[in-house]
Design a protein around this ligand. Sequence first.
Ligand SMILES: Cc1ncc(COP(=O)(O)O)c(C=O)c1O
Length: 452
Amino acid sequence: MKFSKFNHQKKLNRRSNLGKGQKLWRRAKVAILGGNSLLSKNPNLFLPNKWPTYFSKSKGCKVWDLNNKIYTDMSLMGVGTNILGYSNNEVDNAVKKIIKQGNLTTLNCPEEVFLAEKLLSIHPWAKKVKFSRTGGEANAIAIRIARAASGRKNVAFCGYHGWHDWYLAANLKNQSTLDYHLLPGLDPLGVPSNLRNTSFGFEYNNFNQLKKIVDKENIGVIKMEVARSTQPNISFLKKVRELATKKNIVLIFDECTTGFRQCFGGLHKLININPDMAIFGKALGNGYAITAILGKQSIMDSAKKSFISSTFWTERIGPAAALKTLEIMEREKSWKKITYLGKKLFLIWQKLSRKYNLTVDISGLPSLAKFNFKSKNAQAYKTFITQEMLDYKFLAANVVYLSIAHNEKILKKYSEHLDEIFYTISECEKGNLNISNILKYPVSHSKFGRLN
Ligand SMILES: Cc1ncc(COP(=O)(O)O)c(C=O)c1O
């Protein structure tokens, strides 16, 4: 009795210490399925019971939480949506103009035509565009078109491509297939079981594995990112291209995340390997919803009879924001700026891990860089970084999406704080400190199941 009273008081104390964001998250979990609509913004992936979770305002690379604390975002920057920085004046003004003039009517908006022409001029191998508003749906559209064009239903894929049935179906036969492409523990609950054996995962750089799948499974579509954890492997991608051409398979590059980060357009432009279709999203509207599917003439035409249509794919803010975003990116050469900063960031992580003798695996494109500790306590160390960085008013974990609002001064500050944190982690690795004694909050989650 006494014990349970004590526990209750402890719980109340803990609850009253919660910030406004964490309190709202508790309400969200009651009212919203899964608490929100994007897994990557679940606070338990960062710092359970402490991550600010909600924002009230944003500008450049700064975010205001509900307690009016201002943080510098050295984490996901809107999950890759804001290469030009949050609340970019020029993009916002273009959007405000649309709001004044009208966003959606019975008639179509002219901006979608201008945007289609612009995207095709950047990617001359493509001759037609279809627009949607999210990456997952753009991927589902691309799969529908590619299946219609190839006349075969089976897909070989590498990487993450959204939440739709065609993708989750990969886990019907073997529940761990997607562990290597996204999160461990994804249950294909609700995905029709007759989609079993229609989607097959392959590893990046493992051409033999892909070839075996293609030979055995009557594959009609190959979908992959050009690169994610490493720079593009040109010889691997060339082989994939040749295989797809030889076997009449539609090759799709999903550039939702990689697009516009390392050159003006898809990453494939840099290595001169063209897909049959490409998908763009995320950064295209600098925070406003717009995604695009580009394809070769014959492929897009063969799907003319397939019904692909949605009301809000015709709203005007998305294409207007994208047109302005592309104009600014081209003018500012934003991909050069963020790649330059990303290389600096790689150096910071390399220098600090060497200084403190920590084994750290650094990966990713420079403008979406990542590091992982090679230690049994890796997840706890990542959580510790978030905990300490919050005190220094940084949103940070182990992945950084850069924007042109970041600069070397910010990197310097970040590096000074990270130096102290890496020192503490090295003391833990040496056994002089115990990470569980210095973590004030639970370790962040890494499995989908635990987030529910
Ligand atoms: C390569 C890739 N494809 C598709 C998606 C899904 O996009 P969305 O979250 O907009 O549905 C993502 C999102 O992270 C992605 O990185």
